[in-house]
Design a protein around this ligand. Structure first.
Ligand SMILES: Nc1ncnc2c1ncn2[C@@H]1O[C@H](COP(=O)(O)OP(=O)(O)OP(=O)(O)O)[C@@H](O)[C@H]1O
Ligand SMILES: [Mg+2]
Length: 533
């Protein structure tokens, strides 16, 4: 190994970073060579983002050193990175999971944003040309003149990468870059990263997807509880070993999913959710749903596949009372709930795991415990008449923290301080238990949007298992996901949404990946006549 990775381009030595109540990085060392793609892996809360935030100047380490190979002499030198600006000057750039682009400006304007030159001095035409050149060189296709609000999330990510390249970054850090990408986009990103590495850049990328580690990286470092557990050559390891290193136990990749379907096909329970010819507008007032009809029965998981931004969010909002319909009907257990309030939906047993966790999912400044009981506090056993039962609440929250393995310093920690994946687990715990306590008398309905996005393998496994348990208990589940593997593993049927329309619905058991991919891209099979309108 040593000869393959001569002088590290960047080296972190014994990094310690503490937050109140946690040691997020506990003497972590990491080195990356020029030309190397290095994957950073670890469970939710393991300290990955923190470590990279130290490298890119967002956080200061409490202990430890960072060495960077000098651009002039090629000799490693100690560097003091006090701000993202310092990091930039040293050639270190990071693409954060939440992009920091200005929606009302163009791609090219965003690329030069913060560079210090007044805009009128620069000729935008030249900048656009330079952006074009870079985008061609690295296969990062975007239109330099397009406005950020006009382009997809995948394109926005390319802009973030171009921004770093334009500034001449030698060390590029990407925090969960593929969490928001379609499978095709992820693969393209893999090629782009390789091209950048071939130019001599050092790439560090954080991911939870083991397939990507195997496909894209040269080496991989696994963090657990803030410590570096191992650094391995990707070629010398495999998914099972990586998962074991991350979690500290064996992880099974197989799910037991009992077939409930009989031979006639639709022998599910009664219809719990009925969506009939629903139309709705998006936030810009443009049509987002154009006559969607769906049915989800008790004991059934209906998957919604599609590229983000094709009406998924609006669909979830319409069937949880968060967005008005422009036409059509929403029925829950036969009851017409069209345009009813979210409270009515909750009362009828509808749970919702939203895509935007911090926006609508959680109250960031409130303690973890309050966030967990938000939906259950009015009911037995947490309250008795108007009184909240303190002990019962404590017991309840501690049980959820245990079951869902939410890593937090304490139940009273404000949720905004939790790691990305632990925020997610908090919502899941609350929504799934809200459904469970309801389902004692009637089948519940769960609307789950990207329920495992950003979750580590262990947590993904337990969420999948929980969803299947809910299904076995008779819950109706609408599972909106961009992850086809997830949909194929869990769903009974898969409906593909494109530009606000359901293109087709297929049984998951005999679904064909290529066909699904084509539908997601808006193409129907040519053999089906009369579908153009
Ligand atoms: N700004 C902060 N204030 C307090 N605690 C923090 C802060 N940022 C992170 N932490 C804590 O540090 C630990 C590591 O968090 P970090 O965000 O680095 O995890 P991660 O490995 O990126 O996880 P994920 O996969 O969930 O994104 C967690 O326990 C988290 O709660
Ligand atoms: Mg993180």
């Amino acid at each position: 190994m040593t000869e393959a990775y001569p002088t590290p381009a960047v080296e972190m030595r014994g990094i310690v970073k503490r937050f109140p109540g946690v040691v997020a990085n506990d003497r972590v060392s990491l080195s990356v060579s020029a030309g190397e793609i290095h994957a950073l892996l670890g469970e939710n809360g393991a300290g990955k983002s923190t470590l990279m935030n130290v490298l890119c100047g967002r956080y200061q380490q409490d202990e430890g050193q960072i060495l960077l190979r000098s651009r002039d002499t090629g000799v490693p030198q100690l560097v003091n990175i006090r701000s993202p600006h310092d990091a930039f000057d040293l050639g270190i750039g990071m693409v954060h999971q939440h992009f920091m682009l200005v929606p009302t400006q163009t791609v090219a304007e965003n690329v030069i944003l913060g560079l210090g030159q007044p805009r009128f001095v620069l000729r935008m035409g030249q900048v656009e040309e330079a952006v074009m050149d870079l985008s061609r060189q690295y296969g990062l296709h975007v239109d330099p003149g397009a406005y950020i609000w006009q382009i997809s999330v995948g394109e926005q990510q390319r802009v973030e990468i171009l921004k770093m390249l334009y500034r001449g970054a030698d060390v590029l850090i990407l925090d969960e870059p593929t969490a928001v990408l379609t499978p095709q986009e992820s693969e393209e990103l893999g090629h782009t990263l390789r091209r950048m590495a071939d130019e001599g850049k050092s790439i560090i990328f954080i991911t939870h997807k083991l397939d990507e580690v195997t496909a894209f990286s040269d080496r991989v470092t696994v963090l657990r509880d803030g410590k570096n557990i191992a650094t391995l050559a990707t070629a010398d390891t495999d998914k099972a070993e990586l998962a074991r290193l991350m979690v500290g136990r064996d992880v099974l990749f197989r799910l037991d999913r009992a077939e409930i379907e009989g031979e006639g096909g639709d022998t599910y329970g009664t219809a719990i959710l009925g969506v009939q010819n629903v139309q709705a507008l998006n936030d810009k007032g443009l049509p987002a749903l154009r006559g969607v009809s769906l049915e989800v029965c008790s004991g059934q998981i209906l998957g919604i596949a599609g590229v983000a931004g094709n009406g998924q969010r609006e669909l979830a909002e319409v069937i949880t009372g968060l967005r008005p319909v422009a036409g059509g009907q929403v029925l829950v257990r036969g009851q017409d709930l069209t345009d009813h309030s979210p409270a009515d939906f909750i009362r009828t047993g509808v749970s919702h795991i939203p895509g935007d966790r911090l926006g609508v999912g959680l109250a960031g400044n409130l303690p973890l415990s309050d966030n967990l009981i938000m939906k259950a506090y009015r009911r037995h056993p947490l309250s008795s008449g108007p009184f909240l039962l303190r002990n019962a609440i404590e017991e309840f929250t501690e049980r959820l923290i245990g079951i869902f393995q939410i890593a937090a310093p304490s139940p009273v920690t404000p949720v905004r301080m939790l790691s990305g994946g632990n925020l997610q687990k908090t919502i899941l715990a609350r929504e799934i238990t809200a459904g469970q306590s309801f389902s004692q008398d009637q089948a519940s309905l769960l609307i789950a949007m990207h329920p495992t996005r950003g979750l580590d393998v262990g947590a993904t496994e337990s969420v999948h298992r929980t969803l299947l348990e809910q299904r076995a208990q008779g819950a109706a589940i609408l599972l909106i996901s961009e992850d086809l593997d997830e949909l194929l593993a869990l769903a009974d049927r898969i409906a593909v949404i494109f530009e606000g329309e359901i293109m087709d619905t297929v049984a998951a058991a005999n679904a064909d990946l290529e066909h699904l991919g084509l539908l997601m891209a808006g193409e129907r099979r040519q053999t089906e006549p009369g579908l153009e309108d």
